[in-house]
Design a protein around this ligand. Sequence first.
Ligand SMILES: Cc1cc2nc3c(=O)[nH]c(=O)nc-3n(C[C@H](O)[C@H](O)[C@H](O)COP(=O)(O)O)c2cc1C
Length: 406
Amino acid sequence: MAQMRQDSLNQKTDEKVSTTIDHAIPAVMKNITCVEDLRQIARRKVPRAFFGYAESGSYSGETLRANRADMEGIRLRQRVLVDVSRRDTSTTILGERASLPLALAPIGMAGLQWGDGEILACRAAHAAGIPYTLGTLSICSIEDVAGAVDKPFWFQLYVMKDRGFARALIERAAAADCSALVLTVDLQVLGQRHADIKNGLSVPPSLKLKNLMDMATKPGWVYRVLTGKRWTFGNLAGRLEGKEAVTALAEWIAHQFDPTLNWKDVEWVRSVWPGKLIIKGILDHEDAKSAAKTGAEAIVVSNHGGRQLDGAASTISMLPRVVEAVGSDIEVMFDGGIRSGQDVMRAIALGAKSCLVGRAYIYGLGAGGQAGVATAIEIIRKELDVTMALTGVNSIREIDRCVLVN
Ligand SMILES: Cc1cc2nc3c(=O)[nH]c(=O)nc-3n(C[C@H](O)[C@H](O)[C@H](O)COP(=O)(O)O)c2cc1C
């Protein structure tokens, strides 16, 4: 393990990023005012198959829509004549200082939204002073990202049937100095996304001619992906002898999700991962109580962005029950449907300590690479700051149900 850690440190290049927090929206993104603008640009720049992959929910999309509808249904309380001149959006996440109560969520195949997407998103997060989570099913590998950034990131783990692979990933994450392991537990089987099947992102994958033609109309995307470090699942390199194609690996992955996954596996992960552990994909208060007993440092209240159990409740509607069930036993994070700083305020008001965003930054990535992700984060930061002012609070600590109507 020590040798692996040394190797990973040796891989660090001179591609250093600024560690100061940059509060400016990059010049190329000046006319972008909200996350929806980024989404519209990403829709034009990213091939239909991969934009559809990012956009869609499972089955009829009820839970995907509920995440947004229930969020929008929460009314903020307008307060006036409070001195709000000392506003500070910073907080701590798992004991570490963060400029915002926000982290970037793990997103599979982010490197197919924009070449080297994982490295660029990680750099944007670090420049903004917030954590980044690299997914198991990323295009850039753990070592690719560790070699291209100068601060630790979080690594998300799927415990697959092949436990040797899971253990190897944990060891690689430790060797790369990842500062937390995010164990995703809501993908014991794969929810169906109609768009992926229609676009050929199915098992086995078969990109349709119309999709290939669509890619040909996006030369910028093609160039960036082809000149990126990889085009296939980086963490799986060398896993299937002689098979590096995204199609072969995607098929292997689809058969590797493990329906036997249970609390004993969480115990096992806890025993082999030496660092901070976050359990992601908790929606029910009973599961939250069980998670709090595992020795994990945090949970993420999540329904996988409406991509797994369709018909499940929205995350924002379940958050208060989870918070009440676990009290201060474990740190509660939240994701699902966050598209603005107002949404971050709503989740913090209902008891989350911090939030993760998925699509909000993936739209930024597809729209403009690192600058696009930086813009997404900066938009959310500004919105949160103004929302704090208009609800009469100066610090994240002060945000509670008092900022909500009823
Ligand atoms: C395109 C896409 C890919 C995702 N891939 C993963 C993944 O590999 N691992 C994981 O734990 N969650 C994954 N998620 C779920 C996100 O981490 C997060 O829970 C979700 O996006 C939050 O909802 P939001 O997109 O509304 O912010 C993915 C979500 C999207 C949209």
